[in-house]
Structure formats: C-alpha cells, structure tokens
Design a protein around this ligand. Structure first.
Ligand SMILES: Cc1cc2nc3c(=O)[nH]c(=O)nc-3n(C[C@H](O)[C@H](O)[C@H](O)COP(=O)(O)OP(=O)(O)OC[C@H]3O[C@@H](n4cnc5c(N)ncnc54)[C@H](O)[C@@H]3O)c2cc1C
Length: 351
C-alpha cells in the first residue's frame, strides 16, 4: 500500500481524494483546515440567500468513504512527511492543494461548517440593514456580488451601490465585450462605478481613495487580490509570488537546488502555472495529477499539461450573466442559468 497525503480539500484536493480513494493500492489522508468542501463561486449568492449555503457545502466525511480526514493546519512539510500540531504523516506521494485565501466572507480558513454558516448569516443581516454599499474591486468577484445584490433587492430598490475599481474597465483581463455588457447592466440598475481610482483606506465606514475622494458606507466589501496558502511550504519550492514551482507534469521543483521531486505534486491555485486562478482550472489540474501519479506508479511516461484560455461564466444574479470563450461572448439568461447548472453538477458529484 502506498501512502498518499493530500493537503487541502478545495476544488483540486477534494476531487483528487475522492477519485484516488477508489484505488485499493492507496492509503489516503486528506488534511484540511476546514471540515467541509465548499463550492466557492456559489458563496456570493449565500450573502443574499443564506439558506443557499446548504447547497454548496458538504462535510469531507460525507463524500469520502475510505480516506482518513484530519481537520488540521499543516505547519510544515519535508520531502517525507506532512506535519500538523498533532500529527506527523509520512507519505510516498504528497499532493499540495492548499489553494489561496481571499477576504472574508468570500473564503475562510480554519472553520467548521457550523461557524461558516453563522458567519454567512451575520453578513446577510448586515447586508439587509445597509443602504449604502461600497464594493472595492471591479473584478469578477466584485461584479458578481453586485449582480446578486441588485437581483435580490431589485423590487425595493433599497441599496445604493458604488464600485471602486483601479482599472479603466470592469474585469479588465476578460473580453472587452464582457466588460461593456456588464457595465451597461450595472449602470441600468443605478450602480455608481468609479474607474481608475484606488481605495487607500476603509475604516469606520468611510472609504478614502487615492484621488482624495471620501465615500460613506454602511457596508464595505473588499473584493481584491488572492494570496497563496504557502506558509508551510519550504521557501525553495516557491516562486517570488509564493506559489509552488511545478513542472509541466505538476511535479514540485526546488529551483534553488535544481531538484525535481518525482513524488510530490501540486495542483490548483497554489501552483506557479501562468493562467487565471479558477476552480475549473484547479479541477483540470486535479485530473492531470491523478493521471500522472498512476502513470508514475506503472513506470510509464507522464503526460504534460498545457495551460489554455478556458470558458468563463460570469453571473449577474440568478437570471443574467456572460458566457465567454476567447472571442465569443454570449450574454443574458443562458449564462445566468448555466452558472447555476455548473454549481448543481459539481455538488451532485459529492452527494
Ligand atoms: C468569491 C469567489 C468567487 C469565485 N468564482 C469563481 C467562478 O465563478 N469560477 C471559477 O472557475 N473560479 C472562481 N473562483 C476561484 C476559485 O474559487 C479558485 O480558483 C478555487 O477555489 C481554487 O481551488 P483550489 O483547490 O486550488 O484551492 P481552494 O479552493 O482555495 O482550497 C484550498 C483548501 O486548502 C486548505 N488549506 C490551506 N492551507 C492549508 C494548510 N496549511 N493545511 C491544511 N489545509 C490548508 C483551505 O482551507 C482550503 O480548504 C472564485 C473565487 C472566489 C473567492
């Protein structure tokens, strides 16, 4: 029996654990700071419909049948073991899927499922009371969040929303047509979009920008920047933005000592692969890692991974959105529904 340790139970880690545990030759340990898997893209909807949280979360112990699950923080790894406060787990293969952090309430670490549900409800209550909402960041998260709030409160028209974005268009890395459609949609719903301005501080319900603008808010959402969860990973394995260096087979490399680890893989947001950090990419990585690990076991040649532009679906509430693939952009009801379908299809896999 080979011991496989998987760190992180997000898109990549949960997928890999569930698939590999079917193999009787593997003895698997999943170590995650959380005791559940969560479909992160669905979290924005839970802020307006807190009950939706139930549909996008599942305990690791509910969908894993054979794996050992440790709800702990990995503090250190070596080339032989993963170390938590209570355990030293030896491995033949290690797969690092520790992902990335984002501001609360969108992504949270170190939580049991019940605490997470309470946090979401608390944020929902704040949102219910708030009249003036400022969203810092007009990337995908900020835009989708605005879409959810508009959709939910459209009858009452009770929310004044301002987006502050440091670029000259929303979701600046996406297709221009996506930004144009989204801007038109948000403006139609009276969202105030401030471009080319950066929020410098957001204390005491007051946002101050780099152009000396001050905006009062009842509620502020910070929708900017992701941080790799790499504190426990040896520095030599990381690039200068703290992502794990991997080769085309997802094997980790120690670039300082010119060393390639055959039996240590990484997948998902934590990797140094130059592409959008997306859930769907994390799952594609996961599939590749599974394949390569099995090929390695059989002494066969590994399969290289090529990053690519992939389909993106951006929701603007339940019934509107944008579908984008390279130069093709489709807007309206279909992408809105498609986003819900993707969520359902992902979660059904874990039920
Ligand atoms: C609000 C929001 C909306 C998004 N919407 C979309 C979308 O619509 N479509 C899309 O494709 N992508 C979307 N993304 C991006 C997507 O969520 C990420 O790309 C995806 O979560 C990456 O998956 P992962 O498995 O690499 O890591 P993660 O999902 O980040 O999972 C990592 C896991 O590792 C655990 N962990 C971290 N450190 C440790 C440690 N030291 N020890 C043990 N466990 C640890 C974490 O708690 C977590 O459970 C969105 C992101 C956000 C924040």
């Amino acid at each position: 029996m080979k011991n496989i340790v998987i760190i992180g139970g997000g898109f990549a880690g949960a997928y890999i654990t569930k698939k590999l545990e079917k193999n009787k030759d593997f003895n698997i340990t999943l170590i995650d700071t959380k005791n559940y898997y969560e479909f992160t893209p669905g979290i924005l909807r839970t802020l307006v419909y807190p009950k939706h949280a139930k549909k996008i979360q599942i305990l690791h112990t509910n969908y894993l049948k054979k794996s050992r699950v440790l709800v702990e923080h990995v503090r250190k790894i070596t080339d032989k073991e993963a170390i938590t406060n209570n355990h030293k787990v030896k491995f033949d293969y290690l797969i690092i899927c520790s992902g990335s952090s984002y501001n609360a309430p969108f992504k949270e670490k170190d939580l049991i499922n019940l605490t997470r549900t309470k946090h979401i409800r608390d944020y929902h209550e704040e949102l219910e009371k708030a009249k003036r909402i400022v969203i810092i960041g007009g990337g995908i998260v900020g835009t989708e969040l605005t879409g959810e709030v508009i959709d939910f409160y459209k009858k009452e028209k009770s929310k004044e929303i301002t987006i502050i974005h440091k670029h000259d268009k929303l979701m600046e890395r996406n297709n221009k047509k996506t930004a144009k459609y989204t801007e038109k949609f948000l403006k139609k719903h009276n969202v105030n979009i401030i471009y080319n301005e950066k929020a410098l501080s957001y204390k005491n319900n007051l946002v101050k920008t780099d152009k000396n603008r001050e905006i009062k808010a009842d509620l502020i959402f910070l929708c900017t920047g992701i941080t790799p969860n790499s504190e426990f990973i040896p520095k030599n394995w990381l690039n200068n933005t703290n992502q794990v260096n991997v080769n085309e087979f997802f094997q980790v490399s120690d670039n300082k000592n010119n060393k390639q680890y055959k039996n240590i893989f990484a997948a998902g947001d934590i990797t140094s692969i130059k592409e959008e950090k997306l859930a769907q990419n994390a799952e594609i990585h996961a599939k590749h890692v599974i394949k390569n690990l099995k090929l390695l076991e059989n002494n066969q040649e590994l399969k290289p991974y090529r990053p690519d532009k992939r389909i993106m679906v951006i929701s603007l509430g339940k019934f509107n959105g944008v579908f984008e693939y390279k130069n093709l952009v489709i807007t309206g009801l279909f992408p809105g529904l498609l986003k819900s379908l993707i969520e359902w299809k992902t979660m059904i896999r874990y039920k």
